[in-house]
Each structure stands twice: as structure tokens, then as C-alpha cells.
Design a protein around this ligand. Sequence first.
Ligand code: 3PY
Ligand code: MG
Length: 256
Amino acid sequence: MLSKSGYPIYSESMMKKTTGTFFELGGRNTMEVLTAAGPDYIVIDREHGCFSAEETADYIRIAELGNVLPYVRIPAGSRTEVLHMLDIGARGLIVPNITAVQQVQELAEYGKFPPVGKRGYCPNRTTVYGAKEWGRDPLAYMAESNRRVKLYPQCETAEALEQIDEIAAIDGVDGIFIGPLDLSIALGLPLQTDHPDVQAAIARILAACHKAGKEALIFAGNTADRDRYFAQGFDSVALGLDAMILMDAYKKLMKR
Ligand code: 3PY
Ligand code: MG
């Protein structure tokens, strides 16, 4: 669905199943290629990708031009990182390596305006020079942003898994993003994401999300896993990662 300004609205949780992808390689052209492929969102990965905040702002602009929602995976949920990424226009934050409920409470506090949290306001790209139609009036921006800009803590540690019901229920958390690779490592089954214990943990997180009325998102490295996760009830799958896809494609091309 497109807004009047031509910008996509995927703001209502569980309105539509969405498919995203991960952007690790960096480079403006790469970002443009990814947007042209037509995902619902692209995760600009500042946890594992080496991008500056300024480069990230350009990647966000390119995603917007391609009508793709720019999400950013931040390296850690500090107030500075949350505010900087939201102020340059990230429409969702994915926060890795959560180990405590308090980290997620702080994330909601930094990332949502009152009455949900205590996000700081400053006239900037999201409300002035790069403002969308819904962002031009400051008070309307605060309310709309709380609804449209998503906060997705990751569940990929044993500690987060243990406390997943409490984490998913926190006001301001829009959903949980499962990192199956790190989760498998945390469970002592490195990269065995199909192992029954890892799959049981994934099912447990999915159930916790839906019990709390929140979205459940997960990374899938291939289309078979994507199909399985959608069939299981996931609301969104982030499918693939640019470096892996490029490598696979070149290997196939060079195979004699
Ligand atoms: C993981 O699988 O650990 C992730 O963070 C998603 O890429
Ligand atoms: Mg991870």
C-alpha cells in the first residue's frame, strides 16, 4: 500500500506478511540494486557491516527513492545510536545480542516518544528537510512515528530466550527479530539451525510474540527456510544477505 506521497505504509502489525533482506557489502550502487529487487524492507547492518552514520543516511535515502523501508540493525542499543539512526530516517531498528529485560526497556524509552517512551526531539531530517508528509507537523510526527517506526529487539541469546515472554510484552516493542545463527550458537549447536532444539526455541519465541500481540520476524538463508517460516506463522522473513547471494551467483556462473 502506498501513502499519498507515494511512500509505502506497512505500519500495521501483521497487516501483511513482509519479506526483507540484509545489506552488508556497503556501497550506494549495491543499495540501489537491492532496492530495485523490490523487497519490503532492507536491513542496513551496522552490527556486522562497516558503515559510517553518514553512509547509512545515504543508504536510507536510496531505499526511500526505491519505495523500500529502510531498517537499520544497530550495533548496540545506546541512546546515541538509537537517536542518530531514527533522526536520519530509519523506519525500524533491529537490536542484536539482547541479554536483559532492562536493555529492551531502555530501547523503548529511547526510541518511542511519550507516552510510550522518552525519545528526544530535534527538528532534523525526519521532521524538516527530509520529512515525509506525515512527519511535517512535529506533534503529529511524534504520534505517527511511534506507530510507524518499529523497534525489534533480537532474540539470539540464551538469556533473551529465557525471558522472551517478558521482553515481547514490553510496551514500545513492535516485534522480536530472531537471529537463528547466533541462537544456535547460544544453544551449543553452532549453525545447526534445523536442529530440533533450535527449532523448538524458534517456535517458543514465535508463540511469545503472538501471545503479546507483537510481530515475529526471522532471518532465513534460503527460500526453503523462508517458506517454512511463513507456513509456521512468521509475520516477516529477512531473506538472504547480499554477500552470500553474490558469492553463490558467481560460483554458479564460474562452474564448468
Ligand atoms: C543471526 O542469525 O544471528 C542474525 O543475527 C540474523 O542474521
Ligand atoms: Mg545475530
